[in-house]
Design a protein around this ligand. Structure first.
Ligand SMILES: [Zn+2]
Length: 429
């Protein structure tokens, strides 16, 4: 009977039934060409632990194969996930590279050379356009600026609330931590190497890596390692399962819970501090007060924006809160370059020219959201300026300074409320 039933199924249906056995992935974002980037979750612990495969697309396809084998393994062995841990496996961070047979993404950018690595204390790994690639060959594949690529932004967003991350690569047969000193990442790399039977290396010494994901992680205090598989062809499943088991043996140290970081004596939940750091602390300005928390959702005010961290969220845990209406008066600014215009179907307003370039560069989707006004001209004495309101902030360009800045709208609102209700016990720091 079983054989007969199978014989009646078309190959397509068989493929489908095999695919259906896998858990439903979380789509954490899309590649430059629009392909989904998937994460598979196992376990329900509070500490997020992430394994990232195939950042380098086609030539490191064995790391993707390994990731799929790990997905199947943990689906069948959920008891191996420690109770404090929520494991996410991203088998293919660079789906366009996989399809196009490239190491880089569809824009020709090496995703492991594109991250903003100025945040750690080491300067020799800082992001550059000209980078060393596989085999130490120099090329201009670092991207036009740090964090320029869609995939870089997807992984940046997904890791802000992670406790530790493994970036799988091949084929050097060693495990190494970020270049800047970090005792947790060093212990993490040593444990993984011992469990996998790979060599531990304090540094990648073959050529210098700029804009690497592990060094970016160091800059936001996220424990990270790079295991380099020994070969470029084999998934080396047993070795890497051994590496993960060794890490799971010491979760208290290697996969720590989220804490707080203080700035100007104001504590910030670690994911909020990371968001603040990762997007450039001058963007949001300093924190004004401690975070409030209700039902696991933290809200914290900065001078230019209000930040939310939802500790119960599986995805997109940190972001900005829409601001109250902020009236702008002035005449709309003419569009100079029609090719620059950014439109959004949900609003009649557009972003164009210098504001459009700024919006793309800072990842405006995350830091500003949808425009809620046109860009309007305002006159300030002899100088001309223009300004535009968005969901989560207001930006302004001054011809004098030739700079675009976010206005301190949250700080202004706090001061206004304080003036209207002077008896409220509130301390502005
Ligand atoms: Zn690689």
């Amino acid at each position: 009977m079983v054989a007969l039933a199978v014989a009646l199924l078309s190959p397509f249906m068989l493929l489908q039934s095999v695919a259906q056995e896998r858990p439903t992935p979380l789509i954490i974002g899309r590649s430059v060409q629009g392909r989904p980037i998937e994460a598979y979750r196992f376990g329900t612990g509070s500490n997020k632990f992430v394994v990232v495969g195939a950042t380098h697309g086609a030539p490191e396809r064995n790391t993707q194969q390994l990731s799929w084998m790990l997905v199947d393994w943990y689906r069948n062995h959920p008891e191996e996930i420690p109770s404090s841990v929520r494991l996410y496996i991203i088998p293919l961070l660079n789906p366009d590279g996989d399809v196009l047979d490239l190491r880089q993404n569809a824009n020709g950018v090496d995703l492991n050379r594109n991250m903003d690595t100025t945040l750690d204390a080491c300067s020799d790994n800082d992001w550059q356009t000209t980078v060393y690639g596989a085999g130490g060959i120099l090329s201009d594949t670092g991207g036009p600026f740090a964090d320029s690529e869609t995939e870089s932004r997807v992984i940046r967003r997904f890791l802000l609330d992670a406790s530790a991350v493994v970036f799988l690569h091949s084929d050097a047969g060693l495990v190494f931590p970020p270049s800047c000193e970090d005792p947790v990442s060093i212990a993490f790399a040593q444990a993984y190497a011992a469990g996998a039977g790979y060599q531990y290396a304090r540094y990648w010494d073959k050529y210098s890596i700029t804009g690497g994901m592990h060094d970016w992680a160091r800059g936001i205090d996220l424990p990270a390692i790079i295991p380099e598989l020994l070969t470029g062809e084999e998934p080396e499943f047993d070795q890497n399962l051994g590496g993960l088991r060794a890490v799971f043996h010491n979760t208290d140290v290697l996969i720590p819970a989220m804490g707080f970081r203080s700035v100007n004596d104001i504590p910030m939940p670690l994911p909020i501090w990371r968001f603040w750091q990762a997007h450039g602390s001058q963007q949001l300005g300093p924190p004004l007060v401690s975070a409030t928390v209700a039902d696991g959702v933290y809200i914290q005010d900065f001078t230019t924006a209000r930040v939310r961290y939802d500790s119960t969220a599986e995805f997109d845990a940190v972001g900005l809160v829409p601001i109250a209406d902020y009236p702008l008066q002035g005449t709309p600014v003419d569009i100079i370059d029609p090719d620059s215009v950014v439109t959004n179907p949900s609003t009649p307003y557009t972003i164009h020219d210098a504001f459009a370039r700024y919006y793309r560069r800072i990842d405006g989707d995350v830091l500003l959201g949808t425009p809620r006004s046109d860009e309007v001209l305002i006159q300030t004495g002899a100088e001309q300026a223009s300004t535009q309101r968005f969901d989560t902030g207001v930006i302004r360009y001054d011809s004098g300074s030739n700079r675009i800045v976010r206005l301190p709208v949250v700080w202004e609102a706090v001061v206004r409320d304080k003036l209207l209700a002077p008896d409220l016990p509130f301390q502005l720091r």
